[in-house]
Design a binder for this molecule. Structure first.
Ligand SMILES: *Cc1c(COP(=O)(O)O)cnc(C)c1O
Length: 329
């Protein structure tokens, strides 16, 4: 089973009016630096501050009446939980969000404010997932995972359809990569419309689970470490059903960034583009600034989210912090 262009087109119909069609703009500063036109897909302006509302809205819209009456549950490092809480509230259904202690306060508060029931469990995404499994088994809630689910992937893929309409001659699209729901959906959409457009995943070097798994040829576990790209933290699941195979088959390359390269991306977004992005949303800019990968022709970067702790953001743009652990200094 996989997610194809037709599923992504169906998702687009389903979520029309529930999510924003975000703008794609030319970045003069990055175009000047790289020699080719560079475009920014401003998905951090999406409602809830990240693209995750696309997948969450599609998955909730696809539930049966019985499933809606039981409510939904997910493990989330923040943005998926926030998106699910928002989409569930619109539909008037119950949402329970489980997350690890690594999640920042600002993300947690935002989810609570949306009326979801928040449970903090353990030190990793995997610990949070165990609580999800318990709620599914004991309370009958419907699990909507952050990435490894066909309706989530199809919803995220709608971003790829918009990119190809906004930049039809895109030669390469740089996609932030964690569990791979975004990369799988966007790559399926883009390869479906424009097979020669390259789709490149970008992760942080600290705890890049998908990259380690692709290298190993099967899903593997990696240690979850603090990173400025906190939305990219967490494993891909050892029993991964969809995103591992899709990323293996559809991505042209995966690039890893050091923490100071992510910080440089955040700083550039703010200083040159007047955009506030979180670490995960800045990895495309960070990759181009670091000269990896070298691109040829029109390049699109997805700014995937903006939900960063503003005290940390201030320290980064002032050049005071270049790693996630410096936030407590
Ligand atoms: C979730 C998230 C990602 C990564 O998406 P995956 O589908 O897990 O690969 C990237 N950026 C932001 C802002 C996110 O919230």
């Amino acid at each position: 089973m996989t997610v194809e262009l037709k599923h992504i087109r169906a998702a687009r119909e389903r979520i029309a009016g529930k999510v924003e069609r975000t703008a794609t703009v030319l970045s003069q500063s990055l175009s000047d630096r790289t020699g080719g036109p560079v475009y920014l897909k401003l998905e951090h302006h999406q409602t809830t501050g990240a693209f995750k509302l696309r997948g969450a809205s599609n998955a909730i819209a696809a539930l049966s009446a019985d499933e809606k009456s039981r409510g939904v549950v997910a493990a989330s490092t923040g943005n998926h939980g926030r998106a699910l809480a928002h989409a569930a509230k619109l539909e008037g259904i119950r949402a329970v969000i489980c997350m690890s202690k690594l999640v920042s306060e600002n993300k947690l508060d935002a989810i609570r404010r949306l009326g979801a029931d928040v449970r903090i469990v353990g030190n990793s995404q995997d610990d949070a997932q165990q609580e999800v499994d318990r709620l599914v088994a004991e309370e009958g809630l419907v699990m909507l995972p952050p990435f490894d689910h066909p309706d989530i992937i199809a919803g995220q893929g709608t971003l790829g359809l918009e990119i190809m309409e906004q930049v039809p001659d895109a030669a390469a699209v740089l996609v932030p990569l964690s569990g791979g729901g975004l990369a799988a959906g966007v790559a399926a959409a883009i390869k479906g419309v424009s097979p020669n457009t390259k789709v490149i995943g970008i992760s942080m070097a600290r705890g890049a689970a998908m990259k380690a798994s692709l290298d190993a040829g099967r899903p593997v576990q990696v240690e979850e470490l603090p990173t400025l790209a906190d939305s990219l933290g967490g494993g891909i699941g050892l029993d991964n059903q969809l995103t591992f195979a899709m990323c293996r088959d559809l991505l042209d390359d995966v690039v890893l960034l050091a923490e100071d390269e992510i910080a440089a991306g955040i700083r550039h977004a703010y200083g040159q583009e007047r955009e506030i992005v979180e670490g995960a949303g800045a990895v495309g800019i960070g990759a181009l600034l670091a000269g990896k990968p070298s691109t040829n022709g029109p390049t699109v970067l997805i700014l995937s989210g903006r939900n960063i702790d503003m005290a940390l953001h201030r320290r980064i743009v002032c050049g005071e912090a270049a790693t996630a652990t410096e936030r407590v200094a």
